[in-house]
Design a protein around this ligand. Structure first.
Ligand code: TPP
Ligand code: SF4
Length: 287
């Protein structure tokens, strides 16, 4: 079977509880399609999710999955990959999860460049906790807990990734189904840490960063002469704050994943010296 249906869980107790119209539906569909198109199956795929509306994804997709603690999905994902390098590991969560409480882990996961993907459902708000400003909220975005707006500039996650030595940076939009799936597929296929920030609108708590806003604002990089191999071009586009680009912004085609580097190769799943007897067996059994 070559369709994303393999990753769909039809059990009635696993039906998504996202609000009707939530961008996370489209983001998840694209992730399933990308995994299927790259030849993966539920039994070799491990989703590590954060905490948030976005973090529910691990419950809805048919694959191995677990929740990290809020902001801690990335180190858990790296641990899963270390325990079993044959797994396709995809980490997913929200902008709050990844760029606020999890920002430190984001930087270090990017620079470590383990061969996995990270899909962030960026709705520029905290959805699950009912609409507080997130690190990617606009400076003047009024919420119940910041009635005059957060009064601080939003984090630019793509710039953070580039500055941290990222080898793959992409921007996607959940509503553009085919293009979104293609972009996530490229992240999965990338040799190293494939980072995709996905505009995934929250229709309940964010009335500014809406589907209409993104549809009007987004420029598809495939319709420009952008060369993702050119880091300077990527930097210029990433820092252009008034533009919303979609596509692969940067890809280092010579990227060598952490686990294939000299001195590391072959050692990822080895039992470290001094580890308690049976520790790694337990980890492998669990994952
Ligand atoms: C350690 C910890 N701190 C705070 C929370 C409360 N909390 C749960 S989800 C969340 C933010 C959710 O926002 P985001 O990550 O952007 O995901 P979304 O719900 O928008 O998909 C917060 C603050 C928590 N669960 N754990
Ligand atoms: S609150 Fe927002 S992010 Fe959460 S499910 Fe509803 S629309 Fe989606």
């Amino acid at each position: 079977m070559s369709s994303d249906v393999r990753f769909t869980d039809f059990k009635s107790d696993k039906q998504p509880t996202w609000c009707p119209g939530c961008g996370d539906f489209g983001t998840m569909n694209g992730m399933m399609k990308a995994l299927a198109e790259t030849g993966n199956d539920p039994d070799n795929t491990f989703i590590v999710a954060g905490i948030g509306c976005s973090g529910k994804i691990g419950t809805y997709m048919h694959s191995y999955a677990l929740h990290g603690v809020h902001g801690r999905a990335l180190p858990v994902g790296i641990g899963v990959k270390m325990a079993n390098p044959d797994l396709e590991v995809m980490v997913s969560g929200g902008d709050g999860d990844g760029y606020s409480i999890g920002a430190g882990h984001f930087i270090h996961a990017v620079r470590r460049n383990v061969d996995m993907s990270y899909v962030v459902m960026d709705n520029r708000i905290y959805g699950l906790t009912k609409g507080q400003a997130s690190p990617t909220s606009r400076e003047d975005f009024e919420t119940s807990t910041s009635p005059d707006g957060p009064n601080q500039p939003p984090v630019n996650p793509k710039a953070l990734a580039l500055a941290s030595g990222a080898t793959f940076i992409a921007q996607s939009f959940s509503s553009n189904a085919q293009r979104h799936a293609e972009i996530v597929q490229k992240a999965v296929e990338h040799d190293g840490f494939g980072f995709v920030n996905v505009y995934s609108p929250c229709v309940t708590f964010n009335d500014v960063d809406t589907y209409d806003y993104f549809r009007d604002a987004i420029v598809d990089l495939d319709e420009t002469d952008h060369d993702p191999a050119d880091r300077d071009q990527a930097k210029d586009k990433i820092l252009e704050s008034e533009k919303e680009y979609m596509g692969v912004l940067y890809q280092d085609e010579d990227s060598v994943p952490f686990e294939e580097r000299e001195g590391v190769e072959g050692s990822m799943a080895e039992i470290p010296d001094g580890a308690p007897e049976g520790a790694m067996d337990l980890v492998r059994e669990f994952y």
